[in-house]
Design a protein around this ligand. Structure first.
Ligand SMILES: [Zn+2]
Length: 270
């Protein structure tokens, strides 16, 4: 069984009705009133994600997911979104500028620059396969490099006297939660109750737990993916390891730029 979903910026929304919190199974948004459960984008709307799980998150879980998702969106995935001109419903104040730590005339300062003038990179960590699929113990890390795409076509035009600056850092703990959330939501949307989810604790943990290389990985150096015509690609398939069938979600954000494919083990077949 393979279910695939690909999307491009400005594609119409695809909505799937869930009717329970995908993280904690609650059927109520909150106790004090009858407000219905919140909608959950599998890939954030601000990245051009158009697959929406309707009535799929309670207030408490929504808040926890926002903690890491907003952090990722405001750092590593922020400038690439602006550089790529991904649609945004409303423009917010300050959206087109980025505040960075910089050294100007020997002093440490914060500078705000128009994003399109900042030489930034889209940066994705590379990992080996999720440990659980290949029998690698849970305590062994599997970082093995990075995939980098520079955005330089509009710049750079730096302030006078600028000697250096730090681009936004990647918080790998939160980034792994972000991948877990996308994988979990996509598996729920396709597989419903036919699998037993195993990522909910990781997604709801605050602060973000250390990277879980047992359940999350990529293809390491074993595979280079060519760019496709799609902005984002998702698919889920069953893969057997040690006699157990796992639901494995492939996540490829920015496929049209040639970004790597992540693999997230979302759960076991029931
Ligand atoms: Zn919940």
């Amino acid at each position: 069984m393979i279910a695939s979903f690909s999307s491009n910026d400005r594609d119409p929304a695809v909505r799937i009705r869930i009717g329970r919190c995908v993280y904690c199974e609650s059927t109520r948004y909150r106790k004090k009133d009858d407000r219905r459960l919140g909608d959950e984008h599998v890939i954030p709307e601000s990245l051009g994600g158009n697959l929406i799980l309707e009535q799929a998150a309670c207030e408490g879980c929504e808040r926890k997911v926002n903690l890491f998702e907003q952090s990722i969106m405001k750092t590593v995935l922020y400038a690439p979104r602006v550089h790529l001109g991904i649609r945004r419903k409303k423009r917010k104040r300050g959206e087109d500028t980025l505040t960075l730590d910089a050294t100007v005339n020997g002093k440490e300062v914060k500078v705000s620059l128009p994003i399109k003038r900042v030489p930034l990179m889209l940066f994705f960590i590379m990992m080996d396969a999720p440990g659980i699929l290949i029998g690698r113990p849970a305590n062994i890390p599997s970082f093995n490099g990075a995939w980098v795409k520079p955005f330089l076509e509009h710049g750079p035009r730096m302030p006078q006297g600028l000697q250096g600056m730090a681009t936004p850092a990647l918080d790998t703990h939160k980034f792994m939660q972000f991948l877990a959330k996308i994988g979990h939501c996509y598996a729920v949307s396709v597989l419903g109750h036919t699998f037993k989810p195993i990522l909910s604790d990781m997604i709801l943990a605050d602060p973000a737990p250390p990277p879980n290389f047992y359940l999350i990985g990529s293809y390491g150096n074993a595979r280079t993916d060519d760019p496709t015509a799609n902005l984002h690609e998702l698919d889920v398939s069953w893969q057997s390891a040690d006699g157990v069938e796992y639901a494995v979600v492939s996540i490829r954000m920015f496929a049209k730029l040639g970004a790597p494919t992540y693999r997230v083990v979302a759960g076991e077949r029931k």
